[in-house]
Each structure stands twice: as C-alpha cells, then as structure tokens.
Design a protein around this ligand. Sequence first.
Ligand code: ATP
Ligand code: FE2
Length: 331
Amino acid sequence: MGVETCLGIESTADNLGMGVARSDGAILANVITTHVPEEGGIHPREAARHHARVMGETLSEALDTAGITAWDLDYIAFSQGPGMGPSLRTGATAARALAVRLGVPLVGVNHCVAHIEIGRLATGAEDPLALYVSGGNTIVTGFEAGRYRIFGETLDIAIGNCLDTFSREAGLPYPGGPAVERLALEGSTLIPLPYVVKGMDLSYSGLLTAVTKEFRSGKWSLEDLCFSLQEVAYSMLGEVTERALAHTGKRELLLTGGVGANKRLRAMIGSIAEEHGATPCYVPIGYATDNGAMIAWTGVIAYGSGIRTPIERSHIDPRWRLDRVEVPWRS
Ligand code: ATP
Ligand code: FE2
C-alpha cells in the first residue's frame, strides 16, 4: 500500500487549524488562524463565524504549503469533540462537505487524544505518562488496556482558563498564559495562595478567586502576582504528575497542550522526570496549542487501524471524554 495523505481540520475553540499529514509520519502543513475576541473571553458563536469566514483561505494555504491539491487527499480527519459546539460544528460541516465532494472517507478524531498523539510523533515518546494542559483541559493520563486512562484531572476550571481569566482581569493581553509567563520572570515574592490537590485531582477555581482578590487589593506588584500564580498552579500539577509517574512506572513523561509551551512548567516537568529516571518529552511549540496537524496525524493512525466515521455518525460531541475513546492503534 502506498503512502496516504490526510487533511486534519481542528476547530474546537478559538483556533481554526488545517494540517496535512502523511502515513509515513511527515507533516506537510500546519496552518493556524486564531479568532481574537474584541473583549472578554471566547464567544462561541463569534469564533464559529470567524472559522467559517476563513475556512476557504485556510484550506488553500494548507494545500499550497503541502504542495498538493484537494484531489491528492485520501481521507479527511476532523476534531469531533470535546470543545465548543458552534466551533466544532463549523469544522465538522466543512469536513463532511469536502469528504463528500472528493469521495473520500471521514475520520472523527478526539481532540485530547490528538494532543497526545502529536506529542508522541514529534518527540518519539512511545508509551509516556502525559500531562495535557490547555485552556479547556488539565489531565494526567497514560495508555492502559486499550485506552488513555485518566489518573488525575481538574475538578473545576482548566489551568489555561485560570491563567487567561486572571490575565484578562489584570488587563494583560490575550492569551493569558504567555503574558503571565513574561511578567512572572520579573517577580520573586511568593504571595500566599490556595494550593488545592484532592487525591489525584486538582482545583483551580479557588486559586483564581484568591489571586484576583489579591490583585484588586493593590497590595502586590503584578509581577509578584504572576510569579506566585505560576508557582502554585504548576506545583499542584507537579505533585499529581509525580505521583502518577511513580505509580505507573512509565519511562517517559510527555508535556503537551497549550500550557505545555510554558518554560517554568517545562523545567518542573524536567526535574520530576529526572528524579524518576524518566525521559522528559516536550511537545514542540508549534504543536502545543490547537492545530490541524495533530488532527491530521491522529486521523492517519486511526484510519490505519480501521476507524471510519460515516456521515450519519459524524455529529460532534462537545463532551467527548478522553477515556471513552478506543485506541486500537496502540493495542
Ligand atoms: P483544549 O485543548 O482544552 O480544547 P485550548 O483550545 O485552550 O484547549 P490550546 O491551544 O491547547 O487549547 O491551549 C491554549 C491555552 O494555552 C491558553 O489558555 C493559553 O493561555 C495557554 N498558553 C499558551 N502559551 C502559554 C505559555 N507560554 N504559558 C502558559 N500558558 C500558555
Ligand atoms: Fe486543545
């Protein structure tokens, strides 16, 4: 069988991503356009309108970058969930239309699985414990008996959401994670903030409330607030990750998802891995935040193990949990 080519469409939130992956593991294109809200957080319907508006040009750019035409595509992968309904629907509609027009199969991909699989591809990790941290998810997971099992997760908001919401409150630019990271470098005073780990799970809503209250009190510099927020938020992650690493005995520790771009978090993960004799694996920045390449690549490996998504089963699932997904390509 020859080499197959897959287009991946990512549209779970504020990014519209189009990637092209080949079954030999080559990523030929990874084009991302981001909807930046005029004010406040992401408005699901506005993000979807943005995605619909730039769908055509993003597709053309991805195909041009890959040096192919749409007729060279062997199948179309799209993020089927979890995520925001209107955004997901826009991407799924485009995927269906393309698949029907080109007469090729459709492969529905779980967005969380894709964050892990692109991390495995890009770093060469085979069977890692993965820390997947983003705007909507905070999950410690590893492959076990046919699925990615969740060892720990947030009980309320995701870590990226906590950073983004605080940064909006403090008048910092969007997205919040990188803005907080830059200011944190200038901070040094550790402000007391709630550290909440319950068993293997974490909670970030109390931390967000507390750091917002401290900001409004005017007692602290923004640099120290950002520094303290990062230290507490990432230490909580470190504790749960370390315990999961010790319990599972995995030999690789993969950091993936948008917050995985953070240098401080990378350093913490690096020292945890080192202490346990595991190899730290960091998803490259270009594949850390939401992108189409991760959907295309996961489409390739899913397709390779026989997964197809007929049109009548291609409806989106905004609440599709990571640990509900069958992962036959690793079994
Ligand atoms: P999900 O994967 O849950 O659907 P998402 O759409 O938010 O979520 P990503 O693009 O993976 O997905 O992550 C975006 C998040 O990453 C935002 O919260 C952003 O602030 C955060 N982020 C990006 N860069 C950094 C950084 N350098 N440090 C910390 N956080 C960062
Ligand atoms: Fe994501």
